[in-house]
Design a binder for this molecule. Structure first.
Ligand code: BV8
Ligand code: ZN
Length: 260
């Protein structure tokens, strides 16, 4: 085990990774629930996470929604409650700053909380959709998730009367913008992977696509993941809360005359 396993970012690795970022041509960030934990939104698979209360195969599949929308709405409401009043944290802000400095092309987020956009990131793809809108899976109708609609037991589509669901991608549903994401992954020569257990596909395949193209990975997580275990010598793993490590990294990478 090398120094790249130790908690926090030590100076030599920080400088090396920052130089790698500045030299890269097409940098993408893949984010997961862990980036929003410091905004007060629990993740899914850590102990006490949402999936320890709502087993995903029992609540978060498209089959469950079709068979029993009322039951599925119990999860959607619990998820919605975790999002109320949440603000971006320094990790979201750091990614927005990297984009602003011209060092990050795209954020691919598995999160549905909208916090990247709230932090100022412009180029964001929400591979698992968003929780801001309601969606009709029968006719494609989309509308804002207004409180009065959420007060209904199961909101119905104004066009075709089918039950609406939040515009989030459930297990068994196709993810969003996959062609564009795969195209970006093929161009990507440096991928920042932040706060994801990398267990849900096809998002979890993005790092392999980047590696297959010769790109490197810089992972930020409080603990090791399957991705860390499959690490290539050119990759980095920075252990610690992303709200600490990512700003540290961004500050080291962004040329001083561009920082505020
Ligand atoms: C699809 C929505 C096809 C609801 C979610 C068998 C093998 C391989 C694949 C499959 C299989 N069986 C089924 C599949 C496919 C399936 C899948 O991957 N299953 C897995 C689990 C085996 N995938 C799908 O079904 C996808 N669709 O494949 O479509 C298709 C094509 C055409 C037509 C029809 C169908 C759809 C997947 C949608 C998943 N949706 N939920 C909701 O969100 O309410 S899952 C859920 O997991 C969330 O959406 C979340 O975005 C996603 C990923 O989780 P993470 O973000 O990684 O969160 P997690 O808790 O796991 O990890 C948090 C990490 O953060 C941890 O590592 C932790 O250490 C770290 N952390 C914590 N705090 C911090 C931190 N790090 C840094 N700082 C901190 N402070
Ligand atoms: Zn409809």
């Amino acid at each position: 085990m090398g120094g790249r396993d130790r908690p926090g970012i030590e100076e030599p690795q920080l400088a090396e990774a920052a130089a790698r970022l500045r030299a890269a041509h097409y940098v993408v960030a893949l984010t997961g629930a862990g980036i929003s934990v410091e905004s007060g939104i629990p993740d899914f698979r850590s102990p006490g996470g949402l999936w320890s209360v709502f087993r995903p195969e029992e609540y978060a599949t498209i089959e469950v929604f079709r068979a029993n929308p009322e039951k599925a709405w119990r999860l959607y409401r619990a998820l919605g409650e975790t999002l109320v009043g949440r603000e971006p944290n320094p990790a979201h802000v750091a990614l927005a700053a990297l984009e602003q400095a011209g060092l990050l092309r795209l954020v691919v987020t598995q999160n549905i909380d909208g916090l990247h956009q709230a932090a100022g990131s412009r180029n964001v793809v929400e591979i698992h959709g968003d929780h801001r809108r309601l969606q009709c899976v029968r006719c494609g109708h989309l509308e804002e998730a207004r409180p009065e609609r959420l007060a209904e037991r199961v909101p119905a589509c104004p066009g075709c009367s089918a039950p609406l669901k939040p515009n989030v991608v459930l297990f068994g549903e196709a993810v969003r913008d996959l062609d564009a994401i795969e195209q970006a992954a093929r161009r990507c020569d440096l991928l920042l992977v932040v706060g994801t257990s990398a267990q849900v596909y096809p998002a979890a395949a993005i790092p392999s696509l980047v590696r297959a193209g010769g790109g490197a990975i810089i992972e930020f997580n409080v603990e090791k993941t399957a991705l860390t275990a499959a690490r290539h010598p050119r990759d980095f793993f920075f252990r610690g809360p992303a709200g600490t490590t990512l700003p540290q990294f961004a500050q080291a990478a962004i040329p001083r005359d561009q920082t505020a």
